[in-house]
Ligand binder design. Structure first.
Ligand SMILES: [Zn+2]
Length: 404
């Protein structure tokens, strides 16, 4: 689940613990800030901020450095301020992306910089235990590669290609991940890894990844559409991930775009996923092109093959048609297109934009910029790690908590 980071309620923490948490949160949200800025943002006195910062520095949780020249103007003309950031190697977060056909693992430092990565093809749909075992093995390999002390791991985030019950964390397979009905992946993975585990739908994780690290940085209202073997969307609304009442929000892959289309894995007919997954696009041209799957589809597009371009354009039009309603209803500032099909770039984006303009209100369409993600196939795994990084201030504060 995507949980917002909150300051724990006062009875559980002393004043000094709370101040420490506020300072760490401020440094986490605004890396490279001065003590004066932290004081302004937290409402704490300059003296309290300095004292807490000194304590965090001696615990090696934050680092201090001189502002570079270009920063001096921002801080005024006086003495060169020293800036504070979290010490990147003080702790690490693991991201795990479980798609229908792959498992990807990343280890990030506190600054979100990947220090190791592992990937493996996998038959995920019918095999939860084998998939989670594989994810565990990949995590161990990544930690070894990066020489990370497992005691410094704050937790693992998982992005998984299925709706998730927000109350129980159980998979609501609904035909989308058939062998996983009722499995609680966070509990399963926590048992294997021995660290806290957070779970999100993969498109929600992708949205968070692009919002925190990628093309959607600083954007409060955005939609991330993932066009892969599964098609789905993740929503960031008013600066926060939005999952809906039962964790199903954003399932744009199962919006009907062809009333007489193919039967979908969810049991309905003509869902967007039957039209706009890379496999569905390749299928459109398989009777006129030899082996159109995977890489070849994209090389045909790059070479300007009219048949491949037409197949991608039709998929883009269907995506835009489904998105037009979403754009009207939610009025986003940005639509980020990710997943493998995003590699078709403008051949895909132009028809999406055209369909949005044709089928939504002019004001809403004009506001919604449509771009490809900047993280490529790592959006989901980085977003999964971000689930843990978002909780890092509380975890770091806990390490230096004043004994009661
Ligand atoms: Zn469907």
């Amino acid at each position: 689940m995507i949980q917002p980071v909150g300051i724990p309620s006062p009875p559980s923490l002393g004043m000094r613990d709370l101040n420490r948490l506020r300072v760490i949160e401020s440094i986490y949200l605004h890396p490279g800030c001065s003590r004066t800025e932290i004081a302004r943002r937290t409402g704490l006195s300059r003296g309290t901020v300095s004292s807490v910062a000194e304590e965090l520095e001696s615990a090696e949780l934050i680092r201090e450095y001189e502002a570079p020249d270009e920063e001096r103007r921002r801080h005024g003309t006086g003495r060169r301020p020293t800036l504070l950031s979290l010490a990147p190697g003080a702790a690490y977060a693991i991201g795990i992306d479980i798609g229908h056909r792959h498992v990807r693992v990343i280890v990030c430092d506190l600054a979100g910089k990947p220090v190791a990565e592992q990937w493996s093809p996998a038959h995920v749909d019918e095999a939860p235990a084998a998939t989670l075992d594989l994810a565990y093995d990949l995590v161990q390999r990544a930690l070894r590669d990066a020489d990370v002390d497992p005691r410094r791991v704050l937790g693992a985030g998982i992005g998984l290609a299925s709706p998730i019950d927000p109350d129980t964390g159980a998979i609501r397979a609904d035909g989308i991940l058939p062998g996983w009905q009722g499995v609680v992946p966070a509990t399963e993975m926590q048992g294997r890894l021995g660290v806290p585990v957070q779970l999100a739908n993969d498109a929600d994780a992708g949205a968070l990844g692009e919002n925190v690290f990628g093309a959607g940085q600083g954007v409060d209202d955005m939609i991330y559409v993932r066009l892969s073997a599964g098609v789905g969307a993740g929503l960031i609304l008013d600066g926060r991930p939005y999952r809906g009442a039962r964790g199903i929000a954003g399932e744009i892959g199962h919006v009907c775009v062809r009333r007489d289309g193919a039967i979908c894995r969810c049991g309905n007919r003509g869902c967007l996923e039957t039209v706009a997954s890379p496999v569905a696009v390749a299928r459109e041209i398989e009777h006129v092109v030899d082996r159109p799957a995977g890489e070849q589809l994209f090389s045909l597009i790059a070479a300007g093959d009219r048949r491949a371009l037409r197949a991608v354009a039709d998929a883009g039009e269907a995506v835009g048609l489904a998105l037009a309603s979403v754009v009207n209803v939610l009025n986003p500032e940005l639509v980020v297109v990710g997943g493998e099909l995003a590699a078709a770039h403008e051949a895909l984006l132009d028809p999406i934009r055209t369909a949005i303009h044709r089928h939504s209100l002019p004001g809403a369409a004009a506001t919604a910029r449509v771009i490809t993600g900047s993280l490529g196939d790592r959006a989901e795994v980085l977003g999964a790690a971000a689930l843990i990084l978002a909780r890092s201030p509380a975890a770091l504060a806990e390490r230096v908590r004043t004994p009661a």
